[in-house]
Design a protein around this ligand. Structure first.
Ligand code: ATP
Length: 231
């Protein structure tokens, strides 16, 4: 589905990503792990079109994606739940979710909301509550729910475990698996390598923003992975 080939991107004079290769296939959960500042979020920002591609290719179903604007990329079925959630604190849960829906069809929105409430019943209970009054875990659910309102074929998640208690992380990762089992591919960015390895089918290590190696998570001990991406 998604292929990054020789991808180069960065900020100002700095190329944070120099030569990235990555592939996400249909129905896969692929994880991208790496140390602080390795360039994981930069990779996602480049895929979403928010950061320009400097060199290389981003292919989506074998078609180039990099000439499209961010909103068109969402319409092609690629949706992001960003690091830090970025929900709208003064809007209700309902309003936050509807912002993720680009087709304005009440009937279709109602169906999508029902699906999201199946994954996250708590969001139904909090439907009229302001986003800013939700707990961290609930805000993460809302950010994932908002991304699902775009009906993604590929759901990209940037650090969904960040700052959350272990039990909530377990729950959210279990739901990510359920979303995947319903036919949505997932590109999961995580510093919490242990957690990501539990659910990923395949993974890549991002080291110094320069190179990526894929690995089969279950075939490796986490200590080896840690050593690989910290060296
Ligand atoms: P973390 O796990 O800490 O979020 P990351 O792997 O996601 O890290 P990025 O956020 O992609 O890393 O950052 C990669 C590098 O790019 C870092 O050195 C960071 O300081 C730099 N960087 C990120 N955003 C910008 C920006 N807007 N302008 C300049 N440099 C930036």
């Amino acid at each position: 589905m998604l292929k990054l080939i020789h991808l180069r991107a960065g900020y100002g004079p700095i190329d944070v990503l120099k030569d990235i290769h990555l592939e996400v296939k249909q129905n896969e959960i692929v994880t991208l792990i790496g140390a602080n500042g390795a360039g994981k979020s930069t990779t996602l920002l480049t895929i979403t079109g928010m950061l320009p591609l400097r060199q290389g290719q981003i292919l989506w179903h074998d078609q180039p994606l990099d000439k499209l604007a961010s909103h068109e990329i969402v319409q092609h079925g690629i949706c992001l739940a960003p690091e830090g959630r970025h929900i709208f604190p003064r809007l209700t849960v309902e309003e936050n979710l509807l912002i993720g829906s680009y087709q304005k069809s009440k009937k279709r929105d109602a169906k999508k909301l029902e699906k999201i409430f199946n994954y996250f019943p708590l969001l139904k209970e909090r439907y009229h509550q302001l986003g800013g009054t939700l707990s961290g875990g609930e805000q993460q659910m809302l950010a994932i729910g908002r991304a699902l309102m775009g009906e993604p074929q590929l759901l990209m998640l940037d650090e969904p475990s960040l700052g959350l208690a272990p039990l909530i992380v377990e729950k959210i990762f279990q739901i990510i698996q359920e979303i995947n089992q319903a036919g949505v591919s997932v590109l999961l960015i995580e510093q919490n390598a242990n957690q990501a390895l539990k659910i990923a089918h395949r993974g890549y290590v991002l080291a110094n923003g320069q190179s990526l190696k894929w690995f089969w998570p279950r075939a490796l001990h986490c200590e080896e992975v840690r050593q690989a991406y910290l060296t």
